[in-house]
Design a protein. Structure first.
Length: 349
């Protein structure tokens, strides 16, 4: 396993991060622990979760993923060997996330409430990386609207400086070591970095956005922050919610698969997606590679990626995904991928 620095910090994280959003809904506590044990045996030292997990978000399962990770940390007594990342929800109407039922915003009160819940569920007194799950301002998220610009709404927004100051409180209290962003734009990253430069709070060290073979939009405007400012990508959805394995081609709906169960993958069912995936599947066959491993290895190989967040519901999937570290993206393979990208672009931004 390769290890990379988390931003400009002294933390070294595994190039593969274990995602956990299915634990507590599709996966039991025992299955979550089995995945954690196996990933650790393969050198993974980085775990990602969020206060809103498991997914799909539901009041009855909210926080279940953090609780599963917390019970594992308590049983294995290995907190000092694991880098734990979690997230506070951005502005939204999930009234069950807060005790007062008022929904979520990224102000001092909400952030302070959220971290206490996460620490309690994780059975730890600190998290290594605390991320803003999505922005406080109005934006098309998770592929809604594609790359089309829309004017921001007139609703009130928590100033960047206030959010950053609230996070600084947590860092000073020792409850958070470093902070990061998620589902953010170049403008948002720049504003947070500028606010930190002006002394309003800690500097962000990472950004967690979707990045995969059919959505390389991170390369346009965000990738440069990794090189110039030390804000590397924690890439989520490297398999495009499983679509890049080919299992959904032709409208297939395998029993037990996420799209079959929840029908939440509209981001990956847009015009042009199936043709693009078909081209990558053909390439994988031609070079004798597993399609999942090709897709994951490509993401891991990008110079702006700090860690690649994989997720699995079965041990077989997890082993396949982790074995992607044995596949080298040669210049020849990269050239073939870029040729496909030139023809099909980013059909699932």
């Amino acid at each position: 396993m390769e290890y990379r620095k988390l931003g400009l910090t002294d933390l070294s994280v595994s190039a593969i991060c274990l995602g956990s959003m299915t634990w507590g809904q599709q996966n039991t506590e025992a299955e979550g622990h089995e995945q954690l044990d196996y990933a650790a045996s393969r050198g993974v030292n980085f775990i990602d979760t969020a206060e809103i997990y498991s997914i799909p978000p539901r009041p009855e399962t909210q926080g279940s993923t953090e609780r599963i990770i917390g019970s594992w940390l308590a049983r294995r007594k290995n907190r000092d060997k694991v880098i734990v990342a979690t997230k506070v929800a951005g502005r939204g109407d999930a009234k069950w996330l807060r005790e007062d039922g008022a929904g979520t915003v990224l102000d001092r009160r909400n952030i302070a409430y959220a971290i206490e819940g996460s620490l309690r569920r994780l059975q730890t007194d600190y998290v290594d990386l605390y991320q803003l799950h999505w922005p406080d301002r109005s934006l098309p998220l998770w592929g809604a609207g594609g790359t089309t610009y829309r004017r921001p709404s007139k609703r009130a927004e928590v100033p960047f400086e206030e959010t950053l100051a609230a996070l600084e409180d947590l860092v000073r209290a020792g409850k958070v070591r470093h902070i990061g962003l998620s589902n953010e734009t170049p403008w948002g990253v720049a504003r947070f970095l500028r606010a930190a430069e002006l002394g309003h709070g800690p500097r962000v060290v990472s950004i967690q956005n979707a990045y995969n073979l059919i959505n390389r939009t991170f390369e346009m405007g965000l990738a440069e922050f990794a090189e110039r400012d030390g804000v590397g990508l924690l890439a989520y959805s490297p398999l495009a919610q499983g679509y890049l394995t080919g299992k959904y081609q032709g409208g297939a709906r395998p029993p037990g698969a996420r799209t079959t169960l929840f029908e939440r993958a509209q981001r990956y069912e847009k015009p042009g997606v199936e043709a693009a995936i078909g081209a990558y599947l053909k390439l994988a066959k031609e070079i004798g590679a597993d399609p999942a491993q090709l897709a994951i290895a490509y993401v891991t190989s990008r110079p702006f990626v700090t860690s690649n967040i994989i997720g699995a519901t079965t041990m077989a999937q997890l082993k396949t995904d982790l074995d992607s570290v044995n596949l080298t993206i040669t210049p020849e393979i990269e050239e073939r991928i870029d040729e496909i990208h030139q023809l099909h672009g980013n059909p699932a931004p």
